[in-house]
Design a protein around this ligand. Structure first.
Ligand SMILES: Nc1ncnc2c1ncn2[C@@H]1O[C@H](COP(=O)(O)OP(=O)(O)OP(=O)(O)O)[C@@H](O)[C@H]1O
Ligand SMILES: [Mg+2]
Length: 244
Protein backbone atom coordinates (compact mmCIF):
# COMPACT_ATOMS: atom_id res chain seq x y z
CA UNK A 1 0.00 0.00 0.00
CA UNK A 2 1.17 3.54 -0.71
CA UNK A 3 1.29 5.73 2.38
CA UNK A 4 1.81 8.86 0.28
CA UNK A 5 0.81 9.46 -3.34
CA UNK A 6 1.71 12.73 -5.04
CA UNK A 7 0.80 13.58 -8.63
CA UNK A 8 1.62 16.85 -10.35
CA UNK A 9 2.47 18.47 -7.00
CA UNK A 10 3.24 22.16 -7.45
CA UNK A 11 3.73 24.89 -4.85
CA UNK A 12 4.11 28.59 -5.56
CA UNK A 13 5.06 31.24 -3.03
CA UNK A 14 3.83 34.32 -4.85
CA UNK A 15 5.74 34.36 -8.12
CA UNK A 16 8.29 31.79 -6.93
CA UNK A 17 7.65 28.18 -8.00
CA UNK A 18 9.21 26.24 -5.09
CA UNK A 19 7.93 22.80 -6.17
CA UNK A 20 7.36 22.18 -9.84
CA UNK A 21 4.99 19.43 -10.93
CA UNK A 22 6.49 16.43 -9.13
CA UNK A 23 5.21 12.85 -8.87
CA UNK A 24 6.23 10.32 -6.22
CA UNK A 25 4.83 7.62 -3.98
CA UNK A 26 6.00 6.31 -0.63
CA UNK A 27 5.42 2.68 0.40
CA UNK A 28 4.27 1.45 3.77
CA UNK A 29 7.21 0.66 6.06
CA UNK A 30 9.91 2.19 3.88
CA UNK A 31 12.26 5.05 4.70
CA UNK A 32 12.10 7.58 1.89
CA UNK A 33 14.62 10.44 1.71
CA UNK A 34 14.45 13.81 -0.04
CA UNK A 35 17.95 15.03 -0.86
CA UNK A 36 19.03 18.24 -2.54
CA UNK A 37 20.73 21.59 -2.06
CA UNK A 38 19.37 24.49 0.02
CA UNK A 39 16.20 25.83 -1.55
CA UNK A 40 15.51 22.68 -3.60
CA UNK A 41 11.97 22.47 -2.18
CA UNK A 42 12.38 19.62 0.32
CA UNK A 43 10.79 21.35 3.32
CA UNK A 44 7.99 22.64 1.12
CA UNK A 45 7.14 19.07 0.03
CA UNK A 46 7.30 17.80 3.62
CA UNK A 47 5.06 20.65 4.86
CA UNK A 48 2.42 19.75 2.29
CA UNK A 49 2.56 16.08 3.31
CA UNK A 50 2.04 16.99 6.97
CA UNK A 51 -0.79 19.36 6.02
CA UNK A 52 0.89 22.55 7.21
CA UNK A 53 -0.13 24.16 3.91
CA UNK A 54 -2.02 23.06 0.82
CA UNK A 55 -0.44 22.52 -2.61
CA UNK A 56 -1.01 25.20 -5.26
CA UNK A 57 -1.99 22.43 -7.67
CA UNK A 58 -1.71 18.69 -8.00
CA UNK A 59 -2.99 15.90 -5.81
CA UNK A 60 -1.44 14.59 -2.60
CA UNK A 61 -2.91 11.73 -0.60
CA UNK A 62 -1.61 10.50 2.74
CA UNK A 63 -3.03 7.17 4.00
CA UNK A 64 -5.34 7.44 0.98
CA UNK A 65 -6.78 10.74 2.30
CA UNK A 66 -6.49 13.92 0.22
CA UNK A 67 -4.49 16.56 2.15
CA UNK A 68 -7.02 19.24 1.27
CA UNK A 69 -10.03 17.17 2.28
CA UNK A 70 -9.27 15.91 5.79
CA UNK A 71 -5.99 17.34 7.11
CA UNK A 72 -7.11 16.81 10.72
CA UNK A 73 -7.39 13.05 10.27
CA UNK A 74 -3.98 12.88 8.56
CA UNK A 75 -2.35 14.96 11.32
CA UNK A 76 -3.72 12.65 14.00
CA UNK A 77 -1.82 9.73 12.43
CA UNK A 78 1.57 11.31 11.75
CA UNK A 79 4.53 12.53 13.79
CA UNK A 80 6.56 15.52 12.66
CA UNK A 81 10.08 16.71 13.38
CA UNK A 82 10.17 20.16 11.73
CA UNK A 83 13.40 21.66 10.43
CA UNK A 84 13.25 24.49 12.97
CA UNK A 85 13.00 23.83 16.70
CA UNK A 86 9.55 24.88 17.88
CA UNK A 87 9.50 23.76 21.50
CA UNK A 88 7.67 25.90 24.07
CA UNK A 89 10.50 27.70 25.85
CA UNK A 90 8.25 28.65 28.78
CA UNK A 91 7.81 24.98 29.70
CA UNK A 92 9.96 22.13 30.99
CA UNK A 93 10.98 19.10 28.94
CA UNK A 94 8.24 16.94 30.52
CA UNK A 95 5.58 19.67 30.17
CA UNK A 96 6.36 20.09 26.47
CA UNK A 97 5.38 16.46 25.90
CA UNK A 98 2.26 16.66 28.07
CA UNK A 99 0.96 19.80 26.36
CA UNK A 100 1.60 18.30 22.91
CA UNK A 101 -0.26 15.11 23.92
CA UNK A 102 -3.40 17.22 24.49
CA UNK A 103 -3.63 17.97 20.77
CA UNK A 104 -4.22 14.26 20.28
CA UNK A 105 -6.76 14.02 23.12
CA UNK A 106 -4.51 11.64 25.03
CA UNK A 107 -5.76 11.24 28.60
CA UNK A 108 -3.62 12.88 31.32
CA UNK A 109 -2.80 9.59 33.07
CA UNK A 110 -1.68 8.07 29.77
CA UNK A 111 0.30 11.11 28.63
CA UNK A 112 2.40 11.18 31.83
CA UNK A 113 3.35 7.55 31.41
CA UNK A 114 3.99 7.96 27.68
CA UNK A 115 6.09 11.08 28.23
CA UNK A 116 8.34 9.28 30.71
CA UNK A 117 8.69 6.27 28.40
CA UNK A 118 9.66 8.55 25.52
CA UNK A 119 12.15 10.46 27.65
CA UNK A 120 13.74 7.11 28.49
CA UNK A 121 13.77 6.23 24.79
CA UNK A 122 15.64 9.40 23.82
CA UNK A 123 17.81 9.32 26.97
CA UNK A 124 16.48 12.57 28.40
CA UNK A 125 14.73 11.25 31.54
CA UNK A 126 17.17 13.07 33.80
CA UNK A 127 16.23 16.36 32.08
CA UNK A 128 12.47 15.98 32.61
CA UNK A 129 12.16 19.04 34.86
CA UNK A 130 14.69 21.21 33.05
CA UNK A 131 13.51 24.29 31.16
CA UNK A 132 13.91 24.15 27.36
CA UNK A 133 16.25 27.16 27.49
CA UNK A 134 18.73 25.03 29.42
CA UNK A 135 18.93 22.21 26.88
CA UNK A 136 21.71 21.85 24.34
CA UNK A 137 20.82 21.94 20.62
CA UNK A 138 21.20 18.17 20.34
CA UNK A 139 18.98 17.56 23.37
CA UNK A 140 16.29 19.75 21.78
CA UNK A 141 16.38 17.66 18.59
CA UNK A 142 15.98 14.47 20.63
CA UNK A 143 13.07 15.97 22.57
CA UNK A 144 11.38 16.95 19.31
CA UNK A 145 11.78 13.35 18.16
CA UNK A 146 10.19 12.14 21.41
CA UNK A 147 7.37 14.64 20.92
CA UNK A 148 6.78 13.39 17.36
CA UNK A 149 6.22 9.88 18.74
CA UNK A 150 3.64 10.75 21.40
CA UNK A 151 0.63 9.75 19.26
CA UNK A 152 2.29 6.49 18.11
CA UNK A 153 2.30 7.65 14.46
CA UNK A 154 2.26 5.28 11.49
CA UNK A 155 4.20 7.87 9.50
CA UNK A 156 7.11 9.93 10.79
CA UNK A 157 8.18 13.04 8.89
CA UNK A 158 11.71 14.13 9.76
CA UNK A 159 13.07 17.38 8.34
CA UNK A 160 16.83 17.25 8.93
CA UNK A 161 16.53 15.16 12.11
CA UNK A 162 20.22 15.16 12.96
CA UNK A 163 21.43 18.59 11.82
CA UNK A 164 23.61 20.06 14.54
CA UNK A 165 24.07 16.79 16.42
CA UNK A 166 27.48 15.49 17.43
CA UNK A 167 28.50 12.11 15.90
CA UNK A 168 27.48 10.15 19.01
CA UNK A 169 24.03 11.76 19.18
CA UNK A 170 23.59 11.34 15.42
CA UNK A 171 24.25 7.60 15.68
CA UNK A 172 21.91 7.42 18.64
CA UNK A 173 19.10 9.09 16.62
CA UNK A 174 19.79 6.67 13.71
CA UNK A 175 19.30 3.79 16.17
CA UNK A 176 15.98 5.26 17.33
CA UNK A 177 14.79 5.75 13.76
CA UNK A 178 15.79 2.21 12.81
CA UNK A 179 13.88 1.01 15.85
CA UNK A 180 10.77 2.83 14.58
CA UNK A 181 11.29 1.33 11.14
CA UNK A 182 11.47 -2.17 12.59
CA UNK A 183 7.98 -1.49 14.04
CA UNK A 184 6.78 -0.86 10.46
CA UNK A 185 6.58 2.91 10.87
CA UNK A 186 7.01 4.67 7.52
CA UNK A 187 9.73 7.34 7.57
CA UNK A 188 10.16 10.35 5.31
CA UNK A 189 13.27 12.37 5.90
CA UNK A 190 15.41 15.11 4.47
CA UNK A 191 19.09 15.31 5.16
CA UNK A 192 22.27 16.91 3.92
CA UNK A 193 24.27 13.96 5.27
CA UNK A 194 24.70 11.36 2.55
CA UNK A 195 25.91 8.81 5.11
CA UNK A 196 22.58 9.26 6.90
CA UNK A 197 20.65 8.67 3.68
CA UNK A 198 22.73 5.58 2.88
CA UNK A 199 22.24 4.18 6.39
CA UNK A 200 18.51 4.84 6.71
CA UNK A 201 16.84 5.24 3.33
CA UNK A 202 15.38 2.45 1.22
CA UNK A 203 14.82 4.96 -1.60
CA UNK A 204 15.79 8.57 -2.15
CA UNK A 205 14.51 11.38 -4.37
CA UNK A 206 17.20 13.83 -5.42
CA UNK A 207 15.70 17.29 -5.91
CA UNK A 208 16.96 20.50 -7.46
CA UNK A 209 15.10 23.74 -8.18
CA UNK A 210 11.72 22.31 -7.23
CA UNK A 211 12.03 19.24 -9.48
CA UNK A 212 12.85 15.61 -8.79
CA UNK A 213 15.91 14.62 -10.81
CA UNK A 214 15.72 10.94 -9.93
CA UNK A 215 14.15 8.46 -7.50
CA UNK A 216 15.77 5.12 -6.74
CA UNK A 217 17.46 2.99 -4.09
CA UNK A 218 20.90 4.24 -3.01
CA UNK A 219 22.54 1.09 -4.42
CA UNK A 220 20.82 1.40 -7.81
CA UNK A 221 21.84 5.05 -8.01
CA UNK A 222 25.45 4.15 -7.29
CA UNK A 223 25.39 1.41 -9.96
CA UNK A 224 23.68 3.61 -12.55
CA UNK A 225 26.11 6.48 -12.06
CA UNK A 226 29.22 4.37 -11.50
CA UNK A 227 29.64 6.06 -8.13
CA UNK A 228 31.32 4.66 -5.04
CA UNK A 229 28.85 6.30 -2.65
CA UNK A 230 25.75 8.47 -2.55
CA UNK A 231 27.80 11.62 -2.14
CA UNK A 232 29.32 10.94 -5.56
CA UNK A 233 25.88 10.42 -7.09
CA UNK A 234 24.70 13.66 -5.49
CA UNK A 235 27.67 15.55 -6.89
CA UNK A 236 27.09 14.17 -10.37
CA UNK A 237 23.39 14.97 -10.39
CA UNK A 238 23.34 18.36 -8.67
CA UNK A 239 26.79 19.66 -9.49
CA UNK A 240 27.15 20.49 -5.81
CA UNK A 241 29.97 19.26 -3.64
CA UNK A 242 29.09 18.63 0.01
CA UNK A 243 31.12 19.97 2.96
CA UNK A 244 34.79 20.16 1.98
N1 LIG B 1 7.20 30.63 3.45
C1 LIG B 1 7.85 30.93 2.32
N2 LIG B 1 7.57 32.05 1.62
C2 LIG B 1 8.22 32.33 0.47
N3 LIG B 1 9.18 31.56 -0.07
C3 LIG B 1 9.50 30.43 0.59
C4 LIG B 1 8.87 30.06 1.82
N4 LIG B 1 9.40 28.88 2.22
C5 LIG B 1 10.34 28.54 1.32
N5 LIG B 1 10.40 29.46 0.33
C6 LIG B 1 11.25 29.39 -0.86
O1 LIG B 1 10.94 28.19 -1.54
C7 LIG B 1 12.12 27.55 -2.03
C8 LIG B 1 12.22 26.16 -1.44
O2 LIG B 1 12.44 26.27 -0.03
P1 LIG B 1 12.47 25.01 0.93
O3 LIG B 1 12.49 25.51 2.32
O4 LIG B 1 11.38 24.09 0.55
O5 LIG B 1 13.87 24.35 0.51
P2 LIG B 1 14.71 23.17 1.18
O6 LIG B 1 15.03 22.22 0.07
O7 LIG B 1 14.02 22.65 2.37
O8 LIG B 1 16.06 23.90 1.58
P3 LIG B 1 17.04 23.69 2.88
O9 LIG B 1 17.96 22.56 2.50
O10 LIG B 1 17.78 24.99 2.94
O11 LIG B 1 16.21 23.43 4.08
C9 LIG B 1 13.29 28.49 -1.67
O12 LIG B 1 13.54 29.29 -2.80
C10 LIG B 1 12.73 29.32 -0.53
O13 LIG B 1 13.31 30.61 -0.52
MG1 LIG C 1 14.46 22.58 4.36
Amino acid sequence: MNIVNAKGLTKDYGSLRAVDNIDFHILEGECFGFLGPNGAGKTTVMSIIYCFMPPTSGKVQVFGIDVTENPGLIKSRIGVMPQDDNLDVELSVFENLIVYARYFNILKKDSSRLALELLDFVELRDKADVNIRNLSGGMKRKLILARALINKPGLLILDEPTTGLDPHSRHSVWDKLNHQKSNNTTLILTTHYMEEAEKLCDRVAIMNSGRIITIDTPSNLMDTHGAKNLEDVYLKLTGRRLAE
